[in-house]
Design a protein around this ligand. Structure first.
Ligand code: G3I
Length: 315
């Protein structure tokens, strides 16, 4: 059958999957990643709560497993994520400002240096902006360090690996509106002041049938700043159990994401946030919704897979 990474033409468009390293032991899961991915990213094992659960004690076991897999199979390795308010061990939030600043810089330095030469791009700061476009007040970094933690994080990551691409990553950025406007303003300011930022990740956690018609225009304005963009965490949730109409709508949405990326020079790839509906994060977080990926719970391809094949092939 059609192979996504091949149709995408080598490195012309990265085809990524979020991977849980332990699931690579499951033959059907492994086969899909082996076959279709040109890029992998850790769904969880590179997050702070895993890599530095206790201050100064590092656990890269899961991440190293994924890194080794990527090396041995010729996949690009994307880094997710360095500074995020979620999946953050409690000790971080308890620090005062000087100690938190030092801990953040040390975390970034240690993790970036560990994967230097292999992780080609990092989500340096994840989800720093709230839905209304204000800074996320609930983030311990925002609350304790203020706005400046973002540029400090980028500068620290750049010092640790000057060759890595450094990205800001967030959800609900697809439409032009208060949140994407705020991210646009923030990254414009970073670019204007020569803060080392290279890219913006549009997560793309979508609900079927909700994509507006300004996605391309929105991506383009970020590219016009001199940044690259990519879709970093795409899934399209629909009511479960899925019916044919919703599966068709979902397929259309996946196709739109891919063809929009292909239409924008500077949109470098599309990463799907998981392989199979069997292990997707969605049902646990959005009860009544799920079936959000390209393969169903039994590893059968869905209409969405065919739509992605068609869209990638058309580009
Ligand atoms: O690690 C524990 C494990 O010890 C325990 O046995 C198990 C029991 O529930 O829970 C495990 O933690 C889970 C963790 O994933 C690791 O598997 C949490 O319950 C679960 O809530 C957590 O969910 C992850 C979520 O981020 C947390 O924020 C999802 O798998 C992951 O897909 C999701 O990914 C995020 C991106 O990083 C950022 N953008 C949004 C996206 C979706 O929320």
């Amino acid at each position: 059958g059609p192979v996504l990474a091949e149709i995408a033409g080598g490195s012309a468009l990265d085809i990524g999957f979020a991977v849980a390293p332990e699931l690579l032991d499951e033959p059907e899961y492994r086969e899909i990643v082996d076959t279709h991915a040109s890029l992998v990213v850790a769904e969880n094992v590179m997050k702070w709560e895993t890599t530095e659960r206790v201050q100064g004690q590092w656990d890269f076991a899961g991440a190293d497993t994924l890194a080794q897999y990527a090396r041995e199979h010729g996949k690009k390795l994307y880094g997710h994520t360095l500074v995020w308010h979620s999946q953050l061990p409690d000790w971080v939030a308890a620090l005062d400002a000087p100690a938190m600043q030092a801990a953040m810089e040390e975390h970034i330095r240690t993790q970036v240096e560990h994967f230097k030469g292999q992780v080609f791009a990092w989500d340096v700061v994840n989800e720093a902006i709230d839905d209304d476009g204000t800074r996320r007040a609930g983030s311990p970094f925002q609350a304790t360090l203020g706005d400046g933690y973002i540029e400090d994080a980028f500068r620290t990551a750049h010092e640790a690996d000057p060759d890595a691409q450094l990205c800001y990553n967030d959800y609900d950025l697809e439409a032009i509106g208060p949140k994407s406007d705020a991210v646009y303003a923030m990254v414009s300011d970073l670019v204007a002041r020569d803060v080392p930022i290279d890219c913006v990740g549009f997560q793309g956690h979508l609900t079927g049938g909700k994509l507006g018609d300004d996605l391309q225009e929105n991506l383009q304005r970020f590219v016009d700043l001199g940044l690259t963009v990519r879709f970093t965490e795409v899934d399209v949730r629909i009511p479960t159990p899925p019916n044919d109409a919703d599966l068709a709508q979902q397929a259309e949405d996946f196709g739109t994401v891919v063809s929009t990326c292909l239409a924008v020079e500077g949109c470098l790839g599309v990463t799907f946030w998981g392989v199979t509906d069997r292990y997707s994060w969605v049902p646990q977080w959005f009860p009544g919704y799920g079936a959000a990926l390209l393969w169903d719970e039994d590893y059968a391809t869905k209409p969405a897979f065919d739509a992605v094949v068609e869209a990638v092939g058309a580009g």
